[in-house]
Design a protein around this ligand. Structure first.
Ligand code: FSO
Ligand code: SF4
Length: 549
């Protein structure tokens, strides 16, 4: 195996050998490579059919879900990928027939992903050695740009699927994913064309984030300032993690009257900010911290856990909670029970019964986290914010959105937030916030110094806020605002958020704790020269640099 798609890539070059730093094994990574390879062929026929006016929603959703499944820490189950590759090949045959029937003409020499076929896991694994990203590109810059685009597409797919389950889909987004997958088989594309495709991916990133924002807010209301409890009650309970709000809604509905409480973990925390979820008396609070602390926190939680997406950490062999973890949607792990959708709904009764037999959670803290500063809420405070900027009470905003992770170096973000001058405000989204959302940062004239917009996908809110401030201050350029970007990344959803920000014209974003391993020196140079992308160094020096610019 070779994998370099996340921030933990071994030695910041790539994971090889039997097991990745995230705990995924070589078979799974190899099967994911083959799966993505088959999606390129499937996309070819879907694109050809679309050109003739034939679309297939089943294929659109399959490709979206498939890309989502290959994101870091989403699905660790080799058997699932074997099954999915077979499905992908069967769907490819179907789409080919549909395209042919519609009068589509295919290239005389099609890419191998359009014709290759096999059925056994062994054959799939042999193929992986040839089609993995490491090998399947003419040179290192093309490989790097393709990786940047593919990882952006994966993030885009995750957000598209979250919107789709709430009934919000856009054919243009599906079509873009497919034409882009096909473009990755085109060795004739120049690096300039690939750079343009990177930017176009960012444009679709903005579109998908806007779509998901509409989906979430129209289903669950506008997030509002909320104090979320971190303590526990004495009832049996279920812990829900990941990003899928529809799963949470279904779980809350099904737990009514059962005596079972529901707590959020990691990226599900922002669900508390939505009015719709506040009406559930058994929706108690947030338990624990970011995803990577799950081994300890799932143990002390005592009750079952439901993963709706990433980030899963493989449990140790002696983990007492392993038989209590359930997955659903794109998530999966061998040995965890998977809840499928059946007739459009998910039946969580098994988890609820499991909870009833479990002790109540062990309390690990007892405080509050304040959040809910999505665009609507911040814009409601706009006058106050603008006055604070004009009077000099707020000197600078720091966008510190993104991901948390287990690397020691990430304590940088805690120190950074703590050391920031008192006349600065942190804007955040994603699990990165757990590095500083329990610090006593105080407020500036009633405006809290940490404004949490929500999940990583709600980074969109931060862009909306920036665009609004640009308008209010009558600025030509978004980069003239007193906003600095010091973003922590971990996996591929952060890649699409980054590309979306670049598309919106945001410059001088600093990315840490390390720059992506998949950037070749030339591609990194383009990002630095065109967009001013930078890394991180020492906290004090970085704060001085940001405050001076
Ligand atoms: Fe975090 Fe994991 Fe939300 Fe990611 S829980 S790291 S960028 O999946 O998606 O922020
Ligand atoms: Fe390594 Fe990250 Fe790939 Fe896991 S997802 S194998 S940690 S590069």
């Amino acid at each position: 195996m070779f994998c370099y798609q996340c921030q933990e890539a071994a030695h910041n070059t790539g994971c090889t050998g039997k097991i990745g730093i995230c705990g995924v094994n070589d078979e799974v990574i190899d099967l994911q490579d083959v799966f993505v390879f088959t999606l390129k062929g499937l996309s070819y026929f879907a694109v050809k059919a679309r050109e003739k006016g034939v679309t297939d929603l089943n294929t659109d959703r399959f490709i979206t879900n498939a890309l989502f499944m290959t994101i870091t820490n989403v699905n660790f189950d080799a058997d699932v990928f074997v099954k999915k590759i077979r499905e992908s090949l069967a769907l490819r045959r179907e789409m080919r027939k549909k395209a042919e029937a519609a009068g589509a003409k295919f290239a005389e020499k099609m890419h191998e992903s359009c014709t290759w076929t096999a059925d056994s896991k062994e054959e799939f694994l042999v193929k992986a050695a040839i089609v993995g990203n490491k090998i399947d590109a003419p040179n290192e810059d093309v490989r790097s740009l393709r990786a940047l685009i593919l990882y952006g597409l994966k993030g885009l797919a995750a957000y598209a699927e979250h919107a789709a389950v709430l009934g919000h889909e856009k054919t243009e987004i599906y079509a873009f994913m497919q034409t882009t997958l096909v473009s990755m088989t085109n060795d004739a594309m120049t690096t300039d064309e690939l750079v343009a495709l990177v930017m176009e991916t960012g444009k679709f990133g903005v579109d998908v984030l806007a779509l998901l924002d509409t989906a979430n807010t129209s289903a669950y209301g506008m997030p509002e300032i909320t104090k979320v409890k971190t303590g526990t009650r004495n009832n049996p309970a279920i812990l829900i993690s990941g990003h899928d709000l529809k799963d949470l809604k279904d779980l809350l509905e099904q737990t009514q009257g059962t005596g079972v409480d529901v707590y959020t973990h990691s990226e599900m925390l922002p669900a508390h900010y939505y009015p719709e979820f506040k009406k559930y008396e058994n929706f108690v609070g947030n338990y624990g911290n970011a995803w990577w602390q799950q081994k300890e926190e799932f143990t002390s939680f005592n009750g079952p856990v439901l993963f709706t997406t990433n980030c899963i950490v493989p449990p140790k062999s002696d983990a007492t909670y392993a038989d209590k973890v359930y997955t659903t949607g794109a998530a999966g792990f061998p040995g965890f029970k998977h809840i499928e959708t059946s007739n459009g709904t998910k039946d969580f009764s098994e988890i609820i019964e499991h909870a009833k037999k479990s002790p109540a959670p062990t309390q690990i803290e007892d405080g509050e986290i304040v959040g809910g500063f999505a665009h609507n809420q911040v814009l409601a405070l706009a006058d106050k914010v603008v006055d604070a900027v004009k009077s000099g009470a707020i000197k600078k905003f720091f966008v510190m959105a993104g991901c948390d992770g287990r690397q020691n170096g990430r304590s940088y973000y805690t120190y950074f937030a703590a050391e920031l001058p008192k006349d600065t405000v942190v804007l955040t989204a994603g699990c990165a916030k757990y590095r500083y959302n329990k610090l006593e940062m105080g407020d500036i004239g009633g405006i809290p110094r940490v404004l949490d917009a929500g999940q990583c996908n709600d980074s969109y809110s931060l862009a909306v806020i920036a665009l609004k401030l640009k308008e209010v201050f009558e600025l030509e350029d978004i980069n003239d605002l007193p906003i600095a970007y010091n973003i922590a990344w971990y996996e591929q959803k952060a890649v699409i958020v980054l590309l979306a920000l670049l598309h919106l014209g945001v410059k001088n974003i600093h990315l840490g704790p390390t720059l992506p391993a998949f950037l070749s020196p030339n591609v990194a140079k383009v990002l630095v020269e065109t967009f001013g992308i930078g890394g991180t160094s020492e906290v004090k020096a970085d704060i001085e640099m940001f405050m001076a610019n």
